[in-house]
Write a protein that binds this ligand. Structure first.
Ligand SMILES: [Fe+2]
Length: 281
């Protein structure tokens, strides 16, 4: 139904001639869902939808998570999280400012983690701020078989606190209580495709549960290097009007820094899995 153009040799596709109003048909929604599962990352170019449309479009793919960082939510549409370095009325309107943001899965720390995010460029700096994605199914498949067997069934500790210490600002007491450390499977099965993916990220994964501390650190260091090799990574250089929909069950991402003298505003929704597919994974 939609023509596509590959973004990299391994994953990601631009959906050509995409018009969000076409998603009023079930056939069109199913087609985008299928492409999302197949390519893991979809680019929609030359879009200018407003916040209401962003929310409406995102809801076609699942229920939306209201992010724990309420200070960075859109006032009119709390399903939208602002990622920005812009200050208005004496406060920063968005999360993550202008510095590098390390590799992470969005909200891997939730008991029922998000399976997707839709991120729309609103204001872009002239350069910098690329977002990189890593294909965690391909990274898992390419591991030596002995390592795959060793990792299956393991749990890892995921810490939003560790991410905030490295790349963001601290949460308040209430937010901390809503985002404690959590143990998740180190290898997860995708709810739609059934494919296995490494479910870990340098920004939030602190240890493999029950392993000797040294062995855990050594394995995680190996896996962080392994998963971020160029053959598993696509780097997206944003253009005005770009929106990216990614599969948050099998890709992680990071952001390059950009010149703080320029404004950047991105708007993100976070998509939850259908209840029946949420856990276990
Ligand atoms: Fe993110």
């Amino acid at each position: 139904m939609y023509a596509t153009r590959a973004l990299s040799p391994s994953f990601g596709a631009e959906v050509l001639d995409f018009n969000p109003s076409a998603l009023q048909s079930k056939e069109a929604i199913d087609a985008i869902r299928a492409l999302w599962a197949e390519h893991k990352l979809l680019l929609f170019r030359n879009q200018d939808f407003d916040e209401a449309t962003l929310v409406q479009l995102s809801k076609e793919f699942g229920a939306l998570e209201i992010h724990v960082r309420e200070e960075y939510l859109s006032r009119e549409h709390p399903e939208i999280l602002y990622v920005s370095n812009i200050e208005r009325e004496g406060r920063r309107i968005g999360i993550l400012a202008d510095t590098e943001v390390g590799w992470h899965y969005d909200q891997i720390y939730l008991p029922k983690p998000a399976v997707g995010s839709l991120l729309m460029a609103d204001i872009l700096p002239p350069e910098g701020g690329n977002t990189e994605f890593a294909d965690m199914c391909a990274a898992f498949d390419a591991l030596p078989e002995a390592t795959r067997v060793q990792l299956e069934g393991c749990l890892a500790n995921q810490s939003y606190e560790a991410f905030n210490q490295a790349y963001s600002v601290p949460t308040n007491t209430k937010q901390k209580a809503r985002s404690p450390d959590i143990q998740q499977p180190l290898v997860r099965t995708h709810p739609v495709t059934g494919k296995k993916a490494l479910y870990l990220c340098p920004g939030m994964t602190t240890e493999i549960v029950g392993w000797d501390a040294g062995e855990s650190a050594e394995m995680l260091a190996f896996l962080f290097d392994w998963t971020t090799q160029p053959e598993f990574v696509y780097s997206h250089e944003w253009q005005p009007g770009d929106a990216l929909l990614w599969d948050n069950a099998c890709t992680m991402h990071r952001r390059d820094p950009f010149d703080p003298q320029h404004d950047r505003l991105m708007k993100r929704t976070t998509i939850l899995p259908p209840e029946a597919l949420a856990v276990p994974f």
